[in-house]
Ligand binder design. Sequence first.
Ligand SMILES: Cc1cc2nc3c(=O)[nH]c(=O)nc-3n(C[C@H](O)[C@H](O)[C@H](O)COP(=O)(O)O)c2cc1C
Length: 180
Amino acid sequence: MARILVGVSGSAACFKAAALCSQLSQAGHCVQVILTESAAEMVTPLQFSCLTGNPALVDEFEPADPAGMDHISFAKDADVLVVVPATANTIGNLALGLAPNLLGSLALAYGTKGPRLIVPAMHPGMWGNPAVQRNIATLAADGWIQVGPVVGGTACGEIGEGRMVETDVILAAIEAALTS
Ligand SMILES: Cc1cc2nc3c(=O)[nH]c(=O)nc-3n(C[C@H](O)[C@H](O)[C@H](O)COP(=O)(O)O)c2cc1C
């Protein structure tokens, strides 16, 4: 059993993160979900709370920890951090070390204490943007494990590189990171 932090950012692929969390919970892992405000527009935190048995969090200033330091306590307890789906915006924030939300603060507090996986999902034009490529290269240089994206159909109806990988691929990458 591992303690898995799942950061969900605002992509059309958010629904797949719900399926992943369900699979992780069923595999016996303790899953704590943090959504960005944009992600909470796409899927409900309640859905993730139900699937994981832990309250999914969005607002840094409405903490679960009575001491008001969720970003510290969750980071301290975790075995692995997975950002899925990772938007272009969140990739940029993480690459620059910015913390505009709970997910950003938590990723900074987590630092390099354990494996960090980033699972991009976006329109092929966004993925091909030099700024996004620069940011994802920065994350790789910082030790993040990149999982996908793949070439395929994206939510906008276009086919190209940017489609998020399927949950079985993410599950395998998490298990590999935990045992390496
Ligand atoms: C319906 C919809 C789908 C979106 N899908 C994506 C996506 O797949 N990838 C992405 O990078 N941005 C996507 N966006 C844009 C992000 O939600 C937007 O950049 C937002 O600021 C990201 O914030 P976050 O990184 O804090 O979640 C989408 C926006 C909308 C309205």
